[in-house]
Design a protein around this ligand. Sequence first.
Ligand code: C2E
Ligand code: CA
Ligand code: CA
Ligand code: CA
Length: 253
Amino acid sequence: MQISQQDVHQALERGEFVPHFQPIIRLRTGQLYGFEMLARWAHPELGLIFPGDFIEQAERDGWISELTYQLLRKGLKEIAPLPGEPTLSVNISPPQLHGTSFVDQVHEAAAEANFPLNRLILEITESALAEDIVSVSKTVQSLKIAGCRLALDDFGTGYSSLLHLQSLPFDELKVDRSFVSSMTQKHDSRQIVAAVVGLGQSLSLTTVAEGVETEEQAEILLWLGCELGQGWLYGKPVPAEQLDEMMKRRQPH
Ligand code: C2E
Ligand code: CA
Ligand code: CA
Ligand code: CA
């Protein structure tokens, strides 16, 4: 898909980028833990466009920062008033962790929405860390001091993931969907998930399984000691308008 600069400019100006929210569930109790915010482009003619079609370009052409800030402001406002103090997990792109502007944006958006920063989780992928670890570390330090939590996303898919695990103060480990989805067919995948969950436990990290689609997977994950799960079994990402309905289904109180 080809996106022109003008399309993007207009879309950002008109606020066509919207957050969708996917529930993250406590596997043991089925209770809601929080939401992951996922970007969608509500295009007036083309309909809903998925991040696979624009995030890379946003990173390349330098509008990822503006996009994230818009989404963050919208997302924090939606999640702040929900009962049960759910967390919000936000995907962060590599270039954003250089310099100080992202830290300022987080503070501004959180203050505006009255969202406590200890409920904000920043999801970082391994590729983000391959860049300039010194500069990234500084940014991450200030975000941690502000109370934000840090998740290592797509764990196990990049190279030297173990190296990255010790380079930054992570709180969560997200087990990539590829391991979870093949877990019921492949003994090896199951062993890998078991090892990752064990690693998380020994490092006092919360483990989150991505792409949980079946009860069988959920049972195995629970049995392996994985704390949190996310996937179609619990709900697909939904727009803000559907959050209330989702909360009713999830929360008894
Ligand atoms: P991700 O961070 O790994 O997010 C999880 C992706 O898996 C989402 O795709 C979600 O819709 C999908 N998913 C969740 N549960 C299931 C399941 O049970 N089965 C299957 N088959 N898929 C599931 P989505 O929304 O298309 O996002 C794709 C990727 O785009 C994300 O992967 C993330 O890396 C990136 N992304 C999304 N929003 C943002 C954003 O605001 N900023 C940045 N930098 N990246 C974003
Ligand atoms: Ca993510
Ligand atoms: Ca992921
Ligand atoms: Ca991914």
